[in-house]
Write a protein that binds this ligand. Structure first.
Ligand SMILES: CC(C)=CCC/C(C)=C/CC/C(C)=C/CC/C(C)=C/COP(=O)(O)OP(=O)(O)O
Ligand SMILES: O=P(O)(O)OC[C@@H](O)CO
Ligand SMILES: [Mg+2]
Length: 232
């Protein structure tokens, strides 16, 4: 499977695994066979080449599409994965997280396989999350303000993915709904606090793709399966 042949636009459910956290072999197998459409290897803090490679080796033999979502250029590892989803954070005053890190990456690596790179326009809405703190995102936004970011992402920057990110907490469905009504071509991702079938279904009504992360570690794989079933 190569990145360019993956139908990532059809994914309804993605599982985000954190290289900084541990899952035993049985849990990894249960995640990989849960029906989730893809596994994203991602975290803001403490992701190293070593723990990323360890996690990738644990998940790679199940035939589930694998994506790395790097938090910095050092984390942009293509080896053994299908695609890289590379974030830009739109609601930060610090341009490093919009294009600065990306410019440093392109400077250091002149031969990036861009056909394997899918840009993501993040709107970060939980100020207490690691990604909120690191990027100093301005999170106090009304639904129409988030929707305006989504329109800029789609119509001005042509990002293929708009990602409403509440990492660690369950978000406001009215915000996700407003974002979904604002865009037509880009895929809308929602992630944050999905830990039940009900929450998966609620956000799945508006988002094209829901992302489940912490619940895998905190609630277990049966809960993950319930979230898959709710959107597929
Ligand atoms: C240019 C390259 C290759 C990378 C830069 C990419 C950028 C701009 C990243 C900034 C946003 C970011 C840190 C994204 C990482 C993905 C993400 C949101 C992971 C979830 O993070 P949390 O759940 O908040 O953090 P922990 O799991 O580490 O607590
Ligand atoms: O860990 P949770 O809260 O499920 O959030 C998922 C994902 O959006 C984090 O980047
Ligand atoms: Mg996390």
């Amino acid at each position: 499977m190569t990145g360019t042949h993956l139908k990532w636009k059809n994914w309804a459910h993605v599982t985000k695994l954190d290289p900084d956290k541990y899952l035993d072999a049985a849990a990894v197998e249960a995640v990989a066979t849960s029906g989730t459409d893809a596994i994203l290897l991602s975290g803001t803090l403490n992701v190293t080449r070593e723990n990323l490679a360890d996690l990738r080796e644990q998940v790679e033999d199940y035939g589930v599409p694998l994506v790395v979502e790097p938090a910095d250029p050092e984390g942009a590892v293509f080896e053994g994965v299908d695609l890289l989803f590379v974030p830009s954070v739109l609601n930060t005053p610090d341009a490093r997280w919009v294009v600065g890190k990306h410019q440093q990456w392109a400077l250091a690596c002149p031969d990036i396989p861009w056909e394997q790179v899918v840009p993501e326009a993040y709107v970060v809405l939980n100020p207490a999350s690691a990604v909120g703190r690191v990027t100093r995102a301005v999170c106090d936004l009304k639904p129409e303000e988030v929707a305006a970011y989504a329109r800029c992402a789609e119509h001005y920057f042509h990002f293929p993915i708009v990602y409403i990110e509440y990492s660690g907490t369950y978000g406001d469905p009215a915000v996700v709904r407003a974002a979904s009504e604002a865009i037509t071509g880009a895929s809308l991702y929602y992630g944050g606090g999905i830990d039940s079938a009900e929450r998966a279904a609620e956000m799945g009504r508006y988002a094209d793709t829901i992302v489940v992360g912490n619940a895998v570690y905190e609630k277990g794989v049966e809960t993950l399966k319930a979230t898959v079933k709710a959107v597929q």
